[in-house]
Design a protein around this ligand. Structure first.
Ligand code: ADP
Ligand code: ADP
Ligand code: MG
Length: 497
């Protein structure tokens, strides 16, 4: 067993901080890396030691694997945690890390490689009786042949880049007429975005839910599943709201999906934390989509309902310890929701809205967790993913978790940039979300920018003016100077929201 004494986190922002907090609790020293754009970041201040890797661009800083390994040697680091994004799913990097005698907090390079290719992953699981979306099992480039297969599967179909990720590299084809053009585009996009033109065809599930299973495996070969996360509220095929458990998954379905996920993990001798993603159709049939061989952005909701610290488990497993609990020990406790707070403008097609966090004040109270990596006054850099934070709530029931989240969103004060908070509040209040009856089309189906910009009727406006006058008179006569500001703001908000 190799005890980790000093851990380098090859990442930035919220996930770097989140990992370091657990490391410190475990008595492990922490080393942060940063780019010139992140010099003043909380993750740099929190770490025991911090090393600047280079200029802002990821390719000149966070993606410099060799340089990061060199830093480890200089500082006597014994393990690297890659977080998510950046080098986390880079098999060659994982191999270099282990070859240089360091511990990689993650799975084997072989497992990363197999699961990094959606096609290789499908082939690897074929022996394990895992349901797959109908489609091609191999890369396809011959257009007449591909057309024939598409017809057999039935339109609409999805052309997917085998090496794709982060919601990129997918094209929906509605009918045969569009096929050729879309296929050509898909291949050229796959080449330019992922350096690999391999594409394949999948049946496009029209009203799908995205439900994934968290798994943990150890180097002794034990694998457990930590239940599901519902991630169907997405924009651009990328998640914005996640929750655990899912409101449509029954105990029976949970067991079946959990066991399928364990099968996927076994197919690549997986160890560490991983996520097996499934797409679920209207009849609640589930199909394996892909496996993410890293800590997932939305892992906190699983931590809230299981009481397990997934980063701590990752570190213990990387040291060679067997998982300290069994499948039977795991229980679901209450309900948890996460909203991703992005520096994006939902009124402008969710395009990044980069700027300075002029006001930044976090919500507080029981059952609320904020994972972030910024402070008031900081700029959100344009070079990276525009996520500001993750706001997580936990409560006894789904309804309580939703109500708690709405309260937390109201208490979260961010000015200076547009964020996804208003959109998330809209979604949480929506009947479709409340009832649990929604799919990945939620945004297209229900969201228009106007819902965030209610224009009031004349009658409503008159009422607001009357209320304002009444409030002002009341405030004048009963409040001490100094108190009026806060009271005025909150009362206004209650009436106008
Ligand atoms: P998760 O899969 O953890 O739910 P995302 O899909 O948002 O979350 O991906 C996590 C991070 O990894 C994001 O910053 C995303 O941009 C990045 N990412 C995921 N896959 C790739 C990829 N193949 N190439 C580049 N970046 C990726
Ligand atoms: P990525 O690597 O980009 O995360 P995924 O295969 O996990 O790619 O797909 C991302 C999202 O795209 C899914 O969550 C889902 O919303 C949508 N999607 C993927 N495959 C299908 C499909 N066959 N039918 C319908 N939607 C799909
Ligand atoms: Mg995915």
């Amino acid at each position: 067993m190799a005890k980790i004494k000093k851990l380098l986190i090859a990442n930035r922002g919220e996930i770097s901080l989140r990992i370091m907090r657990t490391a410190r609790e475990m008595g492990i020293e922490t080393v942060a890396v940063y780019s010139e754009a992140d010099r003043l970041s909380p993750h740099v201040k929190f770490a025991d030691e911090a090393i600047c890797l280079g200029p802002a661009a990821s390719s000149e800083s966070y993606l410099l694997g060799e340089k990061i390994i060199k830093v480890c040697k200089q500082l006597n680091v014994d393990a690297i945690h890659p977080g998510y994004g950046f080098l986390s799913e880079n098999a060659a990097f994982a191999k270099k890390v282990t070859d240089s005698g360091l511990i990689f907090v993650g799975p084997s390079p072989e497992a990363i490689e197999v699961m990094g290719s959606k096609l290789a992953a499908k082939q690897a699981v074929s022996k394990y009786d895992i349901p797959l979306v109908p489609g091609t099992e191999e890369a396809i480039s011959d257009i007449p042949e591909a057309k024939k297969i598409a017809k057999e599967i039935g339109y609409p179909i999805l052309i997917k880049a085998s090496a794709g990720g982060g919601g990129k590299g997918m094209r929906i084809v509605e009918n045969e007429k569009e096929f050729e053009e879309q296929m050509e585009r898909a291949i050229s996009e796959a080449v330019s975005a992922f350096g690999d033109g391999a594409v394949f065809i999948e049946k496009y599930i029209t009203s799908p839910r995205h439900i994934e299973i968290q798994i943990l495996g150890d180097q002794q070969g034990n694998i457990v599943y930590l239940f599901e996360r519902e991630c169907s509220i997405q924009r651009r095929h990328q998640k914005v709201i996640e929750e655990a458990p899912s409101s449509v998954v029954t105990a029976e379905m949970r067991k079946a999906m959990g066991e399928a996920a364990v099968g996927v993990a076994k197919a690549c001798n997986y160890y560490g934390a991983g996520t097996v993603e499934f797409i679920v159709d209207e009849k609640l049939n589930f199909y394996f989509l892909e496996m993410n061989t890293r800590l997932q952005v939305e892992h906190p909701v699983t931590e809230m309902i299981t009481g397990k610290d997934l980063v701590k488990e990752q570190i213990l497993i990387a040291e060679g310890n067997p998982i300290s609990f069994s499948q039977e020990d795991l229980k679901i406790n209450g309900h948890s929701i996460e909203v991703r707070v992005y520096a994006e403008d939902p009124k402008n097609n969710f395009l990044p809205d980069i700027g300075t966090l002029e006001t930044y004040s976090r919500p507080q109270g029981p059952g609320i967790r904020v994972d972030d990596g910024f402070e008031e006054g900081m700029k959100i850099p344009i070079y990276y993913d525009p996520m500001i934070s993750k706001l997580i709530t936990h409560a006894e029931t789904r309804e309580d978790a939703i109500n708690r989240m709405i309260r937390a969103i109201d208490d979260y004060q961010i000015t200076g940039i547009e964020t996804t908070l208003g959109f998330c509040k809209f979604a949480l209040e929506h009947e479709a979300f409340r009832s649990g009856n929604f799919d990945t089309k939620f945004v297209q189906q229900y969201f228009t920018p106007e819902v965030l910009d209610p224009s009031f009727s004349d009658e409503e406006k008159e009422m607001m003016v009357a209320l304002a006058v009444e409030f002002f008179t009341h405030a004048q006569s009963s409040l001490k100077v100094g108190e009026s500001q806060t009271v005025k703001e909150s009362a206004w908000r209650k009436r106008l929201d």
